[in-house]
Write a protein that binds this ligand. Sequence first.
Ligand SMILES: O=P(O)(O)OC[C@H]1O[C@H](OP(=O)(O)OP(=O)(O)O)[C@H](O)[C@@H]1O
Ligand SMILES: O=C(O)c1cc(=O)[nH]c(=O)[nH]1
Ligand SMILES: [Mg+2]
Length: 194
Amino acid sequence: MTPNDVLDEFRSAGALLEGHFILSSGLHSPVFLQKMFVFQDPARTERVCRALAEKIRGTFGPVDYVVSPAVGGIVPGYETARHLGCKAIFVERENGVFVLRRGFTIPEGARVVMVEDIVTTGLSSRECLAALREHPGTILGAACLIDRSGGKADLGVPLVSLVQLDIPAYAPDQLPPELAALPAVKPGSRSLKS
Ligand SMILES: O=P(O)(O)OC[C@H]1O[C@H](OP(=O)(O)OP(=O)(O)O)[C@H](O)[C@@H]1O
Ligand SMILES: O=C(O)c1cc(=O)[nH]c(=O)[nH]1
Ligand SMILES: [Mg+2]
């Protein structure tokens, strides 16, 4: 799959949104990739995650565990692991901090890749990787469907992506007037209260 093929999957799923969005990092952006519109279609998810699995295998070799950050990473993590023939587990927030819950464990010596849906600043990926360092296993690197940092996000481990985009994102006190004029929505799950 070429980067354009992947973007076409997002486009035809209606997942390329324009407006005023507050991102997980607190930055504001005129563009949001609503990955759940892709993941609601299993056939579409299968196509993009098969391509991601091929890229992961080609870059990191055999993988024993895919670990993803909830919520957005769970579906692509599972589907990518299915193509890699390995386990899929996830970290989720406990008092705001990503941890492995539900009795999930990683055996000594396991080859681990972190799979994200979208990388913007890389904050969620770094938080997930920090959680993984509390456990056994060798972290080979990270992978995502779309890196919207234009390759600038630094995870501290190698990151492979299917698409690299450089999408503008602004600090709340530096919004361009045309963005500030639109009502802001926050689609993600960080800081959602239960
Ligand atoms: O690179 P970053 O700046 O961390 O941004 C990307 C993260 O933002 C989204 O998650 P979010 O926290 O919005 O929640 P979700 O996974 O439930 O969508 C997305 O799923 C990534 O995890
Ligand atoms: O940075 C984010 O929170 C983010 C950006 C994006 O395009 N899509 C998404 O699900 N999260
Ligand atoms: Mg997420």
